[in-house]
Design a binder for this molecule. Sequence first.
Ligand code: 2M8
Ligand code: MG
Ligand code: MG
Length: 258
Amino acid sequence: LILFTDLDGTLLDHHNYSWEAARPALQLLREQHIPLILCTSKTAAEVSRLHQELQLSTPFIVENGSGIILSPDMQSAHFFGRPYSELINLVHQLRQQHGYKFKGFADFSIAEISAITGLSVVIAELAKQRLCSEPIRWDDDPTKLEEFRNHLTRHGLQLLRGGRFYHIVSNSTGKGTALRWLLKHQPAPANRYWYSVALGDGPNDQSMLEAADLAVIIPSVSGVSPNPQNVSIIHATEQGPAGWNQTVCDILQQYNKE
Ligand code: 2M8
Ligand code: MG
Ligand code: MG
């Protein structure tokens, strides 16, 4: 058994970013040595902190699958797609050319990110340390978003919807691609097979949910849910870490019976 989880709105509360309600399930996973892989749109700098707090030693997936951190000291990592400076140049060029109204983490100050997201100033600074993806707030006509999406596609980029933001990432990546990459490069112990469970609440989790053996959908606070196809699905009844805790405890109970 191996677990992949989204953070915001899934393991972490959408508003206060607390995982407290998931403490019992996290404890059980630790006791049973079941690997937990964080898979998020957050940056390596942000996740590294949480990873320590949760006392994990597993790899983790950042910036919507654009980065896989293999060792907690970040010495071993894989990044996919364009580097941030290149991505930003391209995206800003498109904005100027077509006069789109949107702002991204490159435009926002640390104080602004903190005000929009409710993250502390310290963590907002870590969220700004991006390597390969850009969260944006679309301030333009919703109909223009599709046109923008088409321009991005032509440049090898895609637009994913997260909780509060849209995320611009390389076409060749995503949480599902990263999940598969990790399972391929971190094979299960001899003669064993990883039964993978993925947990998420947003459209950007869809590819990760579809890449797993079992998908857990946490009810979304932001209103838009993923709709994974061709996979077994469990719908958590509660939002955020409370729903996470309940579902993971149930899955573990079932797994230990079999
Ligand atoms: C951004 O992502 C969230 C996650 O779904 C969103 O779109 O709402 C991230 O890029 C991240 O770095 C940051 O921690 C988070 C804070 O709300 O926003
Ligand atoms: Mg989420
Ligand atoms: Mg996320």
